[in-house]
Design a protein around this ligand. Structure first.
Ligand code: FE2
Length: 281
C-alpha cells in the first residue's frame, strides 16, 4: 500500500520490473513506466515517507525512477535491536518500490549493525545489502548507474554527539578512516579523477564556505553560528576537500547533512545541498 491506500499491483520480487501497475479511479488500472531517471533526496532520519509512490511518480513526470539515492542520514538501520519492527516495516515498504534505493552513509546511522551487513558488489563498487532493493554504499567507490559515474564518499561528524550515548545513539565510525580515503583515491585514479557526479553526506570546505557566507547569520543565534563552525571541523570534510584539491572533476556534487536546500557554483563547479526536496538526474 502507498500513502493513499492504493494497493500496488507490481511484483516486487521481479528483478527487472519494467512497469508498475496500480488501480486508480475505482479500479481502473494505470500503467506507470519505470524510466531511467535517478531520484535524489537528502537526509531521511529513518522516515522514508517522502518516497510515497504518488509523490515520486508526479515528481518524475508520470514515471518511476530506476533508482533513488538518499544523501546520508538514511537512519533506517538505527536501532540496537536487529529485528526492530519499525525498521522492518519501512525497509519492506522500500523493498516493494519499483526502484532500487541507495543510501550514502551519514552520521546518524548505526554503524555497528551496518558494518555487519553483507558487503556485495554493486554497479562497479561495493555496498552493504539491507534487502533485495535497498543498499548502503561503502565509502570510496565509483558506481556506474544508468551509464553515469557516481563517486560516493559519506560520513560526517555529529555536532550533537555530546547529547548522545556511545554505541546506542552515536558511533565513532561516522568518521571515515584513512583506509576509506585511500580506497576513494584508488577508485578515482582508475577513472582519471573524472566522474559525472559526486554524492556525499557533508561537503568539501570550499562548498561549506559558500553557504556559510550566504546564510543570514545576522538572524541566527550564536549557537547556530557555532553549529556551522563545528561542521567545518570534520575529517570527512578534510577528505572531500583533498579529493577536490587532487583535481576531482565532476558535473555536479550533491550532498545533504546541513538540512538546507540550495544550488550554487564555486570555482566553476556545481553543487547542490539537499534536504527533504527531490531532484532527478
Ligand atoms: Fe541529518
Amino acid at each position: 500500500m502507498d500513502n493513499n491506500g492504493i494497493t500496488l499491483g507490481y511484483n516486487a520480487n521481479m528483478t527487472n520490473i519494467k512497469n508498475a501497475v496500480y488501480p486508480i479511479n475505482g479500479g481502473k488500472e494505470m500503467v506507470v513506466p519505470v524510466g531511467h531517471k535517478i531520484l535524489l533526496s537528502g537526509d531521511t532520519h529513518g522516515d522514508p515517507r517522502r518516497f510515497a509512490n504518488q509523490k515520486v511518480r508526479v515528481f518524475c513526470g508520470d514515471e518511476y525512477p530506476s533508482h533513488a539515492i538518499i544523501l546520508g542520514d538514511f537512519g533506517l538501520i538505527w536501532s540496537t535491536l536487529i529485528n526492530d519492527p519499525y525498521e522492518k516495516h519501512w525497509i519492506k515498504w522500500l523493498d516493494e518500490k519499483p526502484w532500487i534505493t541507495l543510501a550514502t552513509l551519514g552520521n546518524h546511522e548505526n554503524y555497528e549493525r551496518i558494518y555487519q551487513l553483507p558487503l556485495v558488489d554493486l554497479y562497479g563498487g561495493k555496498a552493504y545489502k539491507v534487502s533485495d532493493k535497498v543498499y548502503i554504499l561503502q565509502h570510496g567507490h565509483v558506481f556506474t548507474i544508468e551509464g553515469k559515474k557516481f563517486f560516493n564518499f559519506g560520513g560526517a561528524v555529529s555536532i550533537d554527539k555530546a547529547r548522545r550515548q556511545n554505541r546506542v545513539s552515536w558511533w565513532e565510525e561516522e568518521n571515515p578512516t584513512n583506509a576509506d580515503f585511500y580506497r576513494g583515491d584508488e577508485s578515482l585514479r582508475k577513472v582519471n579523477y573524472n566522474v559525472d557526479y559526486v554524492i556525499s553526506h557533508t561537503a568539501p570546505q570550499k562548498a561549506i564556505d559558500y553557504f556559510q557566507h550566504k546564510l543570514p547569520f545576522g538572524n541566527l543565534s550564536k549557537e547556530d553560528d557555532m553549529y556551522y563552525e563545528l561542521k567545518k571541523q570534520d575529517p570527512a570534510v578534510h577528505m572531500l576537500s583533498a579529493f577536490l584539491e587532487n583535481g576531482l572533476a565532476f558535473r555536479k556534487w550533491y550532498f545533504g547533512h546541513f538540512h538546507i536546500t540550495d544550488s550554487f557554483e564555486v570555482e566553476d563547479r556545481q553543487y547542490q545541498v539537499m534536504y527533504e526536496n527531490f531532484t532527478t538526474i
